[in-house]
Design a protein around this ligand. Structure first.
Ligand SMILES: NC(=O)c1ccc[n+]([C@@H]2O[C@H](COP(=O)([O-])OP(=O)(O)OC[C@H]3O[C@@H](n4cnc5c(N)ncnc54)[C@H](OP(=O)(O)O)[C@@H]3O)[C@@H](O)[C@H]2O)c1
Length: 264
């Protein structure tokens, strides 16, 4: 008798679009989805990064080459945001879907964090700071009911950070959008029902003091980090071993860890 596959079979043959899938968390999600038997489209703004992530996935999963697609989407321009979102959904559904529909959409796209000091805040730079991280995932929801299968088995997932729950100097703008993600998801779940809506709440520095050796955490360096030595508590850095997806080389602490410590 073969083993039960109660959980590992859940994504089998699912059609999944990952916006921001060319690196970091989105890339790791693509790997996990492929290993679970899903068909995956990754997308981001830089065609070279999309291409390189695509060939890296194809070389890791040679038997699933035809299940992996790469698409370009640039969410950085207010005037073209809605048309880009509509096109990426249509493009992914065309590549992945038998009937032009998707099962899951994951949004992990994020541009550079806009650290802005109070005196430097302007209407323009505050709005620009939310373009990719806030307005894009919110407006994407407008198009999802037509693209996702209309069932509780479909889902939309976004990413946010623990800055919504604590404080960092000059992060008021970033924190405002991160806090907004929580209520965005709650209300979208109502407006998009029966499709499930959720977020991944990712943390860097703030919770690291609570990690134990052997636990892992995603890092801002485009990979994930395994805690080697949890350190002595708050203020004392844990040491990480980071695996960078870009070049496949493992590095310890230092640069990669720095991204985590300075993180969200
Ligand atoms: N990593 C953490 O510890 C952590 C903690 C808290 C929150 N988060 C949040 O989780 C999300 C993912 O984090 P990550 O570490 O995986 O980030 P990442 O490695 O920097 O990946 C960001 C992705 O977004 C894409 N992107 C950037 N600008 C874009 C644009 N204008 N249009 C479309 N795609 C764009 C990037 O590709 P291109 O450059 O090709 O566009 C890349 O694929 C981010 O929103 C981040 O703020 C992460």
């Amino acid at each position: 008798m073969s083993d039960a596959q109660k959980y590992s079979s859940k994504l089998h043959a699912s059609r999944i679009l990952i916006i921001g899938g060319s690196s970091g968390i989105g890339y790791a999600v693509a790997e996990a989805c492929l290993e679970s038997g899903a068909r995956v489209a990754i997308s981001s703004s830089n065609p070279q990064r999309v291409e390189s992530a695509l060939s890296s996935l194809q070389s890791s999963y040679p038997s699933k080459k035809s299940h992996i697609h790469g698409l370009t989407v640039d969410l950085s321009k207010p005037d073209t945001l809605e048309s880009e979102l509509e096109q990426i959904l249509q493009g992914a559904a065309q590549k992945l879907g038998q009937n032009g529909k998707l099962d899951h959409v994951v949004f992990t796209a994020g541009d550079a964090l806009a650290e802005i000091k109070l005196p430097d805040m302007t209407y323009k730079n505050v709005v620009a700071a939310g373009q990719v991280r806030f307005f894009a995932p919110l407006l994407l929801a407008k198009f999802l009911p037509q693209c996702l299968e209309d069932t509780y088995k479909s889902s939309y997932t976004i990413t946010t950070g623990s800055i919504s729950e604590h404080t960092i100097p000059n992060w008021s703008v970033i924190a405002s959008y991160a806090g907004g993600h929580h209520s965005m998801v709650r209300n979208l779940a109502l407006d998009m029902k029966p499709i499930r809506v959720s977020y991944w709440f990712l943390c860097g520095f703030w919770y690291l003091a609570n990690l134990d050796a052997g636990q892992w955490c995603f890092s801002g360096c485009g990979g994930y980090a395994v805690v080697e030595d949890a350190g002595g508590g708050e203020g004392e850095n844990a040491r990480f071993v980071c695996e960078e997806i870009d070049d496949g080389e493992a590095g310890a602490g230092g640069g990669c860890g720095g991204e985590l410590y300075g993180g969200y």
